[in-house]
Ligand binder design. Structure first.
Ligand SMILES: C[S@@+](CC[C@H](N)C(=O)[O-])C[C@H]1O[C@@H](n2cnc3c(N)ncnc32)[C@H](O)[C@@H]1O
Length: 502
């Protein structure tokens, strides 16, 4: 083997090892969730014990509250563990990661993620950006009579799934992940809703928990920093936004205006031989993409965080009924609580059974970095609509996002955007090389006009992001909402007759 081939092989092995290490770290963050929560509860108990007797007597209900918190944590952990068991890692998790020992993924640039109320919509994660692997494609089945289909589940064979998806969405690139991000590359990583029975059930018929896969073996787990566990807590809040009745207010504020706009802009979609295609970059847990699908579009969500993808895949593909699980999203903060009851309240999820929601064929989630996946010749002019909701400010370079949105839209296609400009990398201190272009709304629009967009509608929408509706603190955004249309290219001007005649 030549030294070049040798080097190439070593590089690939390192990438593979880093990827496995990164995915293990994410899984470890999920698995560390109960322990981190227990640490918090122990801290509350320590503080309580330090109280003078008279104060303890006054607050004698608190020890019981701590026990209740423990129980809530166990319920959340149960949901998380079931979700992890259902996850089918797109890479071989048994790969030896020793080769990556010197490449501490902990030191990779971790993008800002906040579980605080200050920047509540920062729920991404991730770091470096190597393209690593092709991952599986799942298909979704759909139908108007989804409810019946759900009660008579049908297994879809894998080959059929892949074929059907590539027919529907064209050639979309890959996925792998480093430190939380699913990365674009040369293949596919789709997940989608299906009506087939889950590959595991929460309990075996004898009532015992179903076995867990090898890659969940504790010996393969990392000890992760608390900031990673914060990402898990953040995902739990996102579940409320997308998949709980409690999230309806936020969905009405953010998703409904977008859906109404799509409905008006594509009135004849059910008569068309092929429904219009709509892309939702930064799709989070997939609800908006699903709603767009239910409206009669070929809808594709794109998401680069494995934290999000693992969870959305579980809810979309493995929910058997609405309100199948109860989670306790608000237990992790004692602040701004009106009552302990509020803090400890259960939230049933999902509010709907996704597979019965009436999705349109072709609904998919595509894992990978928006820039890497869609800045591809196969994507040029592929979409009738692009919907960005709380996404634009996730860019390192927002100009690049706008450029790609313009490129992938058909002439006359529409771009609907709703969101603030809370640039995710704006305060990436300690990361001097972290690129972050932070434009005002005025400049964002100027860049859009430069890329051939014309504004058709514009307004401001007051909304929150993953906010506890019963909290005494509610951060409000005044989000920009617009519909822009990509102008058809102007035909080359007719040559000047006089000049022509010379
Ligand atoms: C603030 S969240 C919004 C999620 C969803 N649109 C909503 O409104 O709830 C932004 C999402 O974009 C994802 N994201 C950030 N950068 C991305 C990129 N370059 N490519 C794909 N997804 C990205 C994050 O992981 C996160 O899920």
């Amino acid at each position: 083997m030549s030294s070049i081939e040798d080097e190439e092989l070593r590089r690939r092995k390192l990438e593979e090892a880093l990827e496995v290490k990164s995915l293990r770290r994410i899984i470890s963050a999920y698995l560390n969730y109960p322990e981190a929560a227990e640490e918090d509860i122990r801290r509350y108990e320590r503080c309580f014990r330090k109280l003078p007797l008279a104060h303890k007597a006054l607050l004698s209900h608190l020890p019981l509250k701590f026990q209740k918190l423990r129980w809530c944590v166990s319920q959340n952990s149960y949901f998380i563990f079931e979700m992890l068991k259902a996850f089918d890692p797109p890479i071989d998790m048994s790969v030896d990661t020793d080769i990556a020992e010197d490449h501490a993924i902990e030191n990779a640039p971790v993008k800002r993620l906040s579980s605080t109320e200050m920047n509540p919509h920062h729920c991404q994660s991730g770091s470096s950006s190597t393209l690593l692997h092709n991952a599986k494609v799942d298909e979704l089945s759909s139908g108007e009579d989804g409810a019946n289909e759900a009660s008579k589940p049908e297994t879809i064979n894998e080959e059929k799934k892949i074929q059907s998806l590539s027919e529907n969405v064209g050639n979309c690139s890959v996925a792998s992940e480093r430190n939380g991000m699913v990365k674009g590359g040369d293949g596919h990583n789709y997940q989608s809703v299906n009506n087939s029975p889950p590959s595991f059930s929460p309990h075996c018929c004898d009532g015992h928990a179903s076995p867990s896969p090898d890659w969940l073996d504790p010996s393969l787990q990392f000890h992760v920093p608390l900031s990673d566990v914060d990402k898990v807590r953040c995902i739990i809040r996102n579940i409320v936004r997308d998949w709980a009745a409690e999230g309806q207010k936020e969905r009405d504020e953010c998703y409904r205006p977008i859906l109404q706009e799509l409905d008006q802009l594509f009135p004849d979609r059910s008569n068309d031989s092929s429904p219009p295609a709509c892309l939702v970059p930064g799709a989070g847990l997939g609800r908006l993409a699903l709603e767009i699908s239910c409206l009669g579009f070929i809808s594709q969500g794109n998401e680069f965080s494995y934290y999000m993808m693992i969870c959305s895949s579980f809810i979309l593909n493995y929910s058997q009924i609405s309100e199948q699980w109860k989670i306790y999203p608000w237990i992790h903060s004692n602040c701004n609580s009106l009552s302990d009851k509020d803090q400890l309240r259960p939230v049933p999820i999902p509010d709907i059974h996704p597979a019965s929601a009436g999705i349109t064929e072709g609904f998919s989630m595509c894992g990978g970095d928006f820039v890497e996946v869609y800045n591809d010749p196969s994507q040029v002019g592929a979409w009738d609509a692009v919907v960005t909701c709380f996404f634009l400010d996730t860019a390192h370079n927002i100009v690049e996002y706008i450029e790609i949105i313009s490129k992938i839209l058909k002439d006359g296609g529409v771009w609907i955007n709703l969101g603030p400009l809370l640039y995710h990398f704006a305060d990436a201190y300690n990361q001097e090389d972290e690129m972050s272009i932070e434009l005002s709304l005025e400049d964002v629009k100027r860049v859009a006009f430069h890329h051939g967009f014309e504004i058709e509608k514009e307004s401001t929408i007051a909304t929150t992001y993953t906010t506890n509706q019963r909290s005494m603190m509610q951060n409000q955004y005044y989000a920009a909402f617009w519909t822009m249309r990509k102008k058809p290219p102007t035909p080359p001007s007719a040559p000047d007759a006089a000049v022509h005649n010379v």
